[in-house]
Design a protein around this ligand. Structure first.
Ligand SMILES: *Cc1c(COP(=O)(O)O)cnc(C)c1O
Length: 422
């Protein structure tokens, strides 16, 4: 089926007399007839629900929809995008391990990787994603377990050369993990370009209405863990917490997702509430309608900004002037996303004054929802970063992140215009 149909139909297929709309299974627990039945679930010998921290039918239906949209073999919802990125890496890295990451990424992910995961003994090396393959390869070590990047980086709007990244990762025997939050599977499906694992902050376009924080991990099922068994003992050697079960042997292509669910979710417990999963599903039902509108509006706004006297620079990969235009045409021919990065001529204070003068467009710590919103990363989301780290993350101190919504583009431009002339 086509993506539009999957957005509406995938995940929940009711049987006779069952609710047409995905029900919210607001239950922590699930009933069994015998003690033996329950014991088999705990040993992963049977598939079934027993406790919502591990699995819940509402969440599973929504995860299945997202897996279908990305073209993966399985998916797991998490309570946030942060949890998704943490689990995606922690599922294959332990203390003493290392991974490589594009430096232009979301500020929260940067902190998670550079500061918090370091405390767990996992080291990261940040690289310039635009560098050539041999340069990026220098960052790899014998204990490197993954390569990570964002399809379109938040907030700098750099476009990743996914095929190049996949080649580099695979030549070092590690999977490529892609945070596909900004593009969504409507505009880019990283598995088609060689990525192995995809993550999302579903908080953004997937929910689309700014109602629920959430995340998801999707596995393509393509990475051959057994071929690099010594690198991934957590998947290819017995798990003592399941009586010596080996994920790759027991679950094949579902090894990575099963470990993430049965081990990480069991032990760390960042589940998405079924209520939030229900709301996320409502968002997904219109994702294919909203994304093109976000892109059309953003294209018009970006062109307006580029032509404006007061604007120093605009980074939107739909503009021919963007250094990422060609990559965007290759990976996202139907449009990229609604997020634009730009800077005003003048001082940092001019940027603040512009934002404070907007009327309809609100200053919010959010991005990628139906309402147009604006943020100054250097003063807000990326506040913790030093000036050096800001530059590394592609965040100029004057960068304004404008998330273009699905209103009428004329009204968005009118608000920007009046604020520029205040
Ligand atoms: C927002 C965001 C995250 C973090 O997600 P939360 O849902 O806020 O935890 C991760 N990656 C990207 C690209 C994001 O935009």
């Amino acid at each position: 089926m086509n993506l539009e149909t999957l957005c509406v139909q995938a995940g929940w297929t009711p049987g006779k007399g069952e609710p047409r709309v995905l029900p919210i299974y607001q239950s922590t627990t699930f009933k069994y007839e015998t003690s033996e039945q329950m014991a088999r679930l705990f040993d992963l010998e049977d598939n079934g629900y027993f406790y919502t921290r591990l699995q819940n039918p509402t969440n599973d239906a929504v995860a299945a929809k997202i897996a279908a949209l990305e073209g993966g073999v399985g998916a797991m919802l998490t309570s946030s995008g942060q949890a998704a990125n943490f689990y995606a890496i922690f599922n294959i890295c332990q203390a003493g391990d290392h991974f490589v990451c594009a430096s232009a990424i979301y500020g929260g992910t940067f902190n998670l990787f550079a500061v918090t995961m370091k405390k767990l003994g996992i080291e990261v090396t940040f690289i310039d994603a635009d560098a050539d393959e041999s340069e990026i390869s220098k960052a790899f070590r014998p204990n490197t377990k993954a390569l990570f990047g964002e399809t379109i980086s938040n907030p700098s709007c750099a476009v990743l050369d996914i095929e190049k990244f996949a080649r580099i990762a695979h030549s070092h025997g590690v999977p490529l993990v892609i945070d596909n939050t900004f593009a969504t599977p409507i505009n880019c499906r990283p598995f088609e370009w060689g990525a192995d694992i995809v993550t999302h902050s579903t908080t953004k376009y997937m929910d689309g209405h700014a109602t629920c924080v959430g995340g998801v991990i999707v596995d393509s099922g393509n990475f051959d863990w057994e071929a690099h068994a010594d690198k991934f003992p957590g998947l290819t050697q017995p798990d003592e917490s399941y009586h010596g079960l080996t994920y790759t042997k027991a679950f094949g292509k579902m090894a990575y997702m099963t470990k993430a669910t049965a081990q990480l979710m069991r032990d760390l417990g960042s589940i998405q509430s079924p209520q939030n999963a229900f709301l996320l599903n409502l968002g997904l039902e219109t994702l294919h309608l909203r994304m093109p509108r976000h892109c059309q509006n953003a294209q018009r706004v970006a062109e307006y900004l580029e032509a404006s006297e007061q604007v120093a620079w605009v980074n939107y990969c739909g503009l021919k002037s963007s250094k990422y235009y060609d990559l965007a045409q290759k990976y996202m021919p139907n449009g990229s996303c609604g997020v634009i990065a730009f800077g005003l001529k003048g001082t940092r204070e001019d940027a603040i004054k512009f934002m404070d003068s907007l009327k309809m467009i609100c200053i919010v710590t959010h991005v990628a929802d139906a309402r147009t919103c604006v943020l100054h990363p250097a003063s807000h989301t990326h506040r913790q970063l030093t000036d050096e780290q800001l530059v590394e993350a592609g965040v100029a101190p004057d960068l304004i992140r404008l998330s273009v919504g699905i209103e009428n583009a004329d009204d968005i431009i009118a608000d920007i215009e009046q604020a520029l002339h205040c």
